[in-house]
Structure formats: structure tokens, C-alpha cells
Design a protein around this ligand. Structure first.
Ligand SMILES: Nc1ncnc2c1ncn2[C@@H]1O[C@H](COP(=O)(O)OP(=O)(O)OP(=O)(O)O)[C@@H](O)[C@H]1O
Ligand SMILES: [Mg+2]
Length: 274
């Protein structure tokens, strides 16, 4: 289905993603883990064509999506909807209009400019919100909702595109544990019930273990682990994060990066904060 072959992204001297190869042959819920700067976001951004690859290929059902331009590229971006840590909603706009903007790729500028959405789309948006348990918030401004509710609006907007793949970049990193659980359960249901593939960058190990059927570990731009959640032992996790014996399973990738960083970096960060 999706075959990523030796995908590489260079920013000047720095190789953010280094010959990453990943084959997804059946719909899955895939978690990507790794410390801060490992290349997780860059990988997702290349899949969605928000960033261009420096080298390598992304094949979806046999078609090289790295080569798509114009309308074909926008079509691909509809097929693989992206969800972000900060939701990326229009805060002052009502929830249902935010969701309807998920059809933006398919509609003319005029339609979107005047919010002239067809009634069937409005019904579909409400149905999707209902499925995610937030239909009653449809007329409210997005900014009036809690973080977890806003992230579910972002998921609804993604579903409006009827995507084959959902790419989620740290979707729960800004949420409290209760909201995080609701959002992960929503993503999991979308995978299970709809057969969509969800690829999710996660910053805690326990979330990857609990919700994903496959975990990919990145370190310094490379894929260094690709296996089942149960194969993700503490030892393997320590390798992925490049952490020492003080490594804690409960720590987030940002905390681990700070732990594993050379002492002078920590001092420099501390100085920068003063
Ligand atoms: N637009 C950019 N220009 C230059 N360098 C970049 C750019 N985007 C990312 N990088 C670099 O690429 C590397 C990988 O970054 P990326 O954001 O993909 O990591 P990440 O695993 O998502 O980290 P985090 O967990 O902090 O989100 C880092 O060294 C980063 O500084
Ligand atoms: Mg990132």
C-alpha cells in the first residue's frame, strides 16, 4: 500500500531523515517514537508533501507521490490528512465550519470564500462530529472548546477528506491525560472501524504500546526499530532514545533528550533561559 524507500531529507549539512525505509502493506496503527530532533515530524511532512524529499521515494499503490505536482499533489494531500499538536483550527470560526474546511481541496475558492457549503456536506460534518462525541459543540467557536475537544474537531476535519491515511504529529502532546486518552481512542477507532492507516508521532512509550499495532523507532534520522509493541523492551527503548541507565519508561521524548544531551548543551540551554 505505502512503501517508503530510502527517504532522505537534508537541511544543509544536517540530515534530518536518513535513508528511511518503511513498508505498510495492510492498514495499521503505527506509532513513531524517538527523541526530540530524531526526524519524526520531517518524515510525516515528507509523506504528506508538506516538505520535499532530498532523495528516495514514497510509493502509494504503486505511484510515486514525491513526483506529484499541482492538482495531483493536492489530491494526495487529501488522501493523507494531517493532524498537528496545536490542532491548527481557526479559533474564532464555529466548529462545523472548521470541519467543513476539510473539503477545501475539493471545492472552488468561491465556495470556501463565502462558506457556501452544500447541505449534504454539512450533514456529513455533523455526523462525523457526532461519531467523535462532540456534535453538541457544532455551533460554538472552536476556541471555546477544551484541548481534547479541539483535537477531535481537527480529527473530524481530517475525516471530512475521507483520507486513506491519517498522519498525526504528536496529537496528544498538549493534552492532559484524560483528553489524551479520548483522542487516542478516537484515532484507534478510526483505524479499526474504517480500516484507515494511522501513522502517529508519539512522545511517550506507553501510548505507543497501548494503542499501536506496530512501533517504529527513529534515531538521528534513521529507522532503528520496526516491530510489535511487545518487542519494545526497555533495553530497545534505551537504544532508540540513546539514553543511559537513568532512562525512565514514563519520561517523554523531550525529557529524555535533555537527559541524554551532553552536559555543555544543558548548561547552554540554562544560560539561554536566564
Ligand atoms: N525547516 C527546517 N530547517 C532546518 N532544519 C530543520 C527543519 N526542520 C527540521 N529540521 C532539523 O531536522 C532534524 C529533525 O527535526 P524533526 O522536527 O523532524 O524532529 P522530531 O523528531 O519531530 O523532533 P520533536 O520530537 O522535537 O518534534 C532536527 O535536527 C531539526 O533541527
Ligand atoms: Mg516533531
Amino acid at each position: 500500500m505505502l512503501r517508503i524507500e530510502k527517504l532522505t531529507k537534508r537541511f544543509g549539512e544536517n540530515t534530518a531523515v536518513d535513508t528511511a525505509t518503511l513498508h505498510i502493506d495492510k492498514p495499521g496503527m503505527i506509532g513513531i517514537i524517538g527523541r526530540s530532533g530524531a526526524g519524526k515530524s520531517t518524515l510525516l511532512r515528507m509523506i504528506n508533501r508538506l516538505a520535499d524529499a532530498s532523495d528516495g521515494q514514497i510509493l502509494f499503490e504503486g505511484r510515486d507521490v514525491t513526483k506529484l505536482t499541482g492538482k495531483a499533489r493536492r489530491g494526495w494531500q487529501s488522501d493523507c490528512a494531517m493532524i498537528f499538536q496545536q490542532f491548527n483550527l481557526v479559533p474564532r470560526m464555529d466548529v462545523v465550519s472548521n470541519v467543513l474546511h476539510g473539503t477545501l481541496n475539493r471545492r472552488s475558492t468561491l465556495v470556501t470564500l463565502f462558506n457556501l457549503f452544500p447541505l449534504e456536506d454539512i450533514h456529513r460534518a455533523i455526523d462525523i462530529l457526532d461519531r467523535l462525541g462532540i456534535a453538541e459543540h457544532a455551533p460554538k467557536r472552536a476556541e471555546a472548546l477544551s484541548g481534547g475537544q479541539q483535537q477531535r474537531v481537527a480529527i473530524a476535519r481530517a475525516l471530512m477528506q475521507d483520507p486513506k491515511i491519517i498522519l498525526a504529529d504528536e496529537p496528544i502532546a498538549s493534552l492532559d491525560p484524560m483528553n489524551a486518552q479520548t483522542v487516542m481512542e478516537a484515532l484507534h477507532r478510526i483505524h479499526k472501524e474504517d480500516g484507515r492507516t494511522v501513522i502517529c508521532n508519539l512522545h511517550t512509550l506507553d501510548t505507543a504500546r497501548r494503542y499501536c499495532d506496530r512501533v517504529v523507532g527513529m534515531r538521528d534520522g534513521r529507522i532503528v526499530f520496526d516491530g510489535l509493541p511487545e518487542q519494545l523492551t526497555t533495553g530497545v527503548a534505551r537504544e532508540i532514545y540513546g539514553a543511559d541507565a537513568s532512562f525512565s519508561e514514563a519520561a517523554t521524548s523531550t525529557e529524555i533528550a535533555a537527559l541524554a544531551a551532553p552536559a555543555r548543551d544543558v548548561t547552554r540551554d540554562a544560560e539561554a533561559m536566564i
